[in-house]
Ligand binder design. Structure first.
Ligand code: JHZ
Length: 392
């Protein structure tokens, strides 16, 4: 693996702090990004044991945004219409935001974070609170295979790729379909979204990398859809190589060509990305420091995992950002790791309380701007670092 970017010492992105632990030394790891020229895979170089990240304290709930709820709903409708699967499995079912669109008889969830699995079980959905691996795959699909496996924003979080796909191949029926959805590396590069990298995001996939990896496990992509979620994602439709029911669509070739034209197969592209990120850091910090000089009040919006990378890489702390607003109950009254900025229960933005708002959840800009129309009308401003640091 060839290293191309060093984002410094970082705490665990979703390990929010409680007040009494603010003075304790936090565990940090060196966040460095690497490119594998053999299979084109981009990943973080040092990883953190999964148990430290995905446990019963995991604070992220997929259903917090309207955009995500709608996206999962629409996909469920499409799945029912196109494939009408009898047995569906979701890997990384979070709080059940996707599963709840199906009948309880048809779907099974896998979610190692027990606080989230509990929410899905409460709604009556069968959920295994375990990590996805070949043993679990045997337990679930040993007697009856799965027609459709869906996994969004999860496989990029699992280090052992070979174990994931072996387990999937075992569970999937002969004509079964695997739908994977993850942030697109191309979009991440184009948008300078270096904050897609943090401890949990071990990989950010490109089509060219995924295609090579899947091939080793007897799987192939037959269609790709682009979605706007999480700053630009790819939804891959995958089948077993010897399944002839589905033809490989033009979208696959199109993506491969686009990615190669951009240079995702070449190390020099990543070096250039790294140079842009160094500039981005300086520019963002300059914006914040200038505003502080003018005694402007700044808060953050959306205490995202991504924010953790930005704040710690750019050395932005609680002397610059007063607090973050977030709607997630698990996050309220806790503090962002490293920067130690308090997270407060979301209230509609008001120009009386704040002048500038850092968009931690820049991926939901549309939804947020719609919600905060009045703040904007009254002269309230947002700060973003995507694609380049600026005041909006
Ligand atoms: P959001 C998480 O990343 C972690 P994060 C994880 N590793 C991953 O891959 C992606 O999700 C999928 C809040 N919010 O989705 C809710 C508001 O307060 O960008 C969330 O805390 N008000 C699994 O954390 C956060 O912002 C709003 O109006 O980077 C958004 O987090 C909206 C729209 C959101 O993911």
């Amino acid at each position: 693996m060839k290293k191309f970017l060093d984002l410094g010492l970082q705490p665990l992105a979703n390990s929010l702090l409680i007040k009494k632990n603010l003075k304790k030394k936090e565990k940090k790891f060196r966040l460095q990004l690497g490119f594998n020229p053999k299979n084109y895979l981009v990943s973080i170089i040092n990883t953190v044991p999964k148990e430290k990240m995905f446990n019963e304290k995991y604070p992220y709930k997929s259903s917090e945004s309207k955009t995500m709820r709608l996206s999962f709903k629409k996909l469920s409708q499409k799945i029912k219409k196109l494939y009408n699967p009898n047995r569906i499995l979701e890997i990384g079912s979070n709080d059940g935001v996707f599963l709840k669109n199906f009948s309880r008889r048809n779907v099974i969830g896998v979610e190692p974070c027990n606080n989230l699995a509990k929410l899905t079980k409460k709604k009556g959905y069968k959920t295994y609170s375990e990590y996805w691996n070949p043993q679990l795959s045997k337990k679930i699909a040993g007697k009856k295979k799965i027609d459709l496996i869906y996994s969004a924003n999860t496989l990029s979080h699992i280090k052992d790729i070979s174990s994931i796909f072996k387990a999937i191949n075992f569970a999937l029926s002969k004509n079964g379909i695997l739908i994977l959805e993850d942030p697109s590396l191309l979009e991440c590069m184009k948008k300078n979204a270096y904050d897609q990298f943090y401890c949990e995001h071990i990989y950010v996939f490109s089509t060219i990398a995924l295609q090579k990896i899947l091939y080793n496990f007897g799987l192939e992509i037959f269609d790709i859809e682009e979605t706007s979620t999480h700053g630009g994602s790819n939804r891959y439709y995958i089948k077993k190589i010897n399944n002839n029911l589905y033809k490989i669509k033009k979208s696959v070739k199109k993506h491969i060509i686009t990615e190669k034209n951009y240079g995702l197969h070449s190390f020099s592209t990543y070096k250039k990305f790294s140079e842009r990120i160094t500039v981005s850091k300086k520019k963002l910090l300059k914006i914040f420091l200038n505003l502080k000089k003018k005694e402007k009040r700044i808060i953050g919006y959306g205490a995202t995992a991504k924010s953790c990378t930005v704040l710690n890489y750019c050395n932005i702390g609680n002397k610059i950002i007063d607090y973050f607003y977030d709607t997630t109950s698990f996050k309220i009254n806790k503090y962002l790791p490293g920067s130690k900025i308090k997270i407060k229960q979301y209230k509609k933005l008001n120009i009386k309380d704040t002048d500038y708002v850092f968009l931690g959840a820049w991926n939901f800009k549309k939804e947020i701007f719609k919600k905060e129309k009045l703040f904007i009308k009254n002269g309230g401003k947002f700060i973003t670092h995507i694609p380049i640091p600026k005041i909006l």
